[in-house]
Design a protein around this ligand. Structure first.
Ligand code: SIN
Ligand code: CO
Length: 381
């Protein structure tokens, strides 16, 4: 983390120990000379796309309304009290992706996305709580935040948004461009635009145990192998034909015990689960790919980098990319771990890749999961 202002002079560890998942932190001038990375028109164009998640929230004549994207028509920017939220901007813009990378002192498997909100004067989403931690970075104009540690999280009824019934703000701040507010999960907050403004939310993810459990059982269902079928050549006649007998129950117990997962199953499951891109994400196969030899030569000269949409993780001997798991040879492990951590590999590191790994890299290149370091093809999509 190069920017020492980002956490107001705290080291990442100090921040994590004192604030993360515990209490809010306001950082003035977290990003010095902050300027919006996208003009409002760029954001409006993203909101019109099918593959981008967006929402329009209006509070006209004291009535909350919400419309899901794609949004082809937006209210006039001269009209007060509306806001546009665009999720996952980091997937579509390199600079937004780079901004998110300033928060990689927190592992990628916890980092979710960069959401950008645009609001006209008075615009906001009402007082609410979120399930996840968030850094709210002011990018353009001003926003007034009011926050409170209330326990009463009951919501107003009959609204298209989750708005707290009784919001009790305890602190209030006006954020200017470059200022940032960290909030832990379930902390009540309300941000209202003071004039036209844009706010960037650096969002996190954490699966509920229920979601994780269901996904794990689906994973195990895909991988179990139980050959054979129940049989009972020693069956005796019964006087209780409605009963399930011990003989069958015991056989089922013995068989189902074989379904217990191993540590390796759980590691592979977790890596595949956490590296799975969101359902809206799709990769474009490379439009003019080099041949396999040309690619190897170019990579040896230029190095490679992951596409910003690629999720790559590692755990012990396993590697995970975009929902798939790999068990690379020992000599390739350090190369792949470096690629996952740095998201780029310089030519010198590629020199150590085995033939197997070079083949995988070429396949990932064809699929658009990675590219040569200098190509511009990733910049806008
Ligand atoms: C916003 O940027 O308006 C909403 C962000 C939030 O409150 O989580
Ligand atoms: Co919020």
């Amino acid at each position: 983390m190069k920017n020492t202002h980002l956490l107001g002079g705290l080291t990442p560890d100090q921040f994590l120990r004192r604030y993360w998942q515990k209490k809010p932190l306001l950082v003035r001038n977290a990003i010095p000379d902050m300027q919006a990375l996208l003009a409002r028109e760029d954001l409006f164009s993203l909101a019109a796309r099918e593959d981008v998640e967006s929402r329009l929230i209006t509070n006209f004549r004291r009535q909350w309304k919400m419309q899901q994207g794609p949004l082809n028509a937006l209210p006039l920017t001269t009209r007060k009290n509306w806001t546009l939220l665009v999720q996952g901007v980091n997937l579509h813009d390199d600079q937004a992706d780079q901004l998110l990378h300033q928060f990689r002192f927190i592992p990628d498997c916890r980092l979710d996305d960069l959401m950008i909100s645009y609001a006209t004067h008075g615009g906001g989403v009402g007082a609410h709580v979120d399930s996840y931690d968030v850094f709210l970075l002011q990018a353009h104009g001003q926003r007034r935040w009011r926050i409170g540690a209330q326990q009463d999280l009951r919501l107003r009824e009959d609204l298209p948004l989750k708005i707290l019934r009784h919001f009790v703000p305890e602190q209030e701040f006006i954020l200017n461009p470059g200022d940032m507010l960290y909030l832990p999960p379930q902390y009540a907050h309300e941000g209202v635009a003071v004039g036209e403004c844009m706010t960037y939310s650096i969002g996190f993810r954490a699966p509920t145990w229920q979601e994780l459990g269901e996904a794990f059982l689906a994973f195990m269902a895909d991988s179990i192998e139980l050959p054979g079928r129940y049989s009972d050549p020693t069956l005796r006649s019964t006087r209780h034909p409605g009963a399930i007998g011990d003989q069958m129950m015991d056989a089922v117990n013995r068989t189902l015990q074989k379904l217990a997962s191993t540590g390796a199953d759980r590691e592979i499951f977790l890596g595949e689960y956490l590296s799975e891109p969101k359902p809206s994400v799709s990769f474009d196969p490379h439009p003019n790919p080099l041949g396999v030899r040309q690619f190897a030569k170019a990579a040896a000269r230029l190095g490679i980098r992951l596409h910003r949409k690629t999720r790559m993780l590692h755990r012990h001997k396993y590697m995970f990319m975009n929902g798939e798991s790999y068990l690379p040879g020992t000599s390739d492990r350090s190369v792949l771990r470096r690629l996952a951590d740095d998201r780029v590999l310089d030519a010198s590191h590629l020199a150590r890749a085995s033939a197997d790994l070079s083949e995988s890299l070429y396949r990932w290149y064809l699929d658009g999961w990675l590219d040569l370091q200098t190509t511009k093809s990733f910049q806008k999509s």
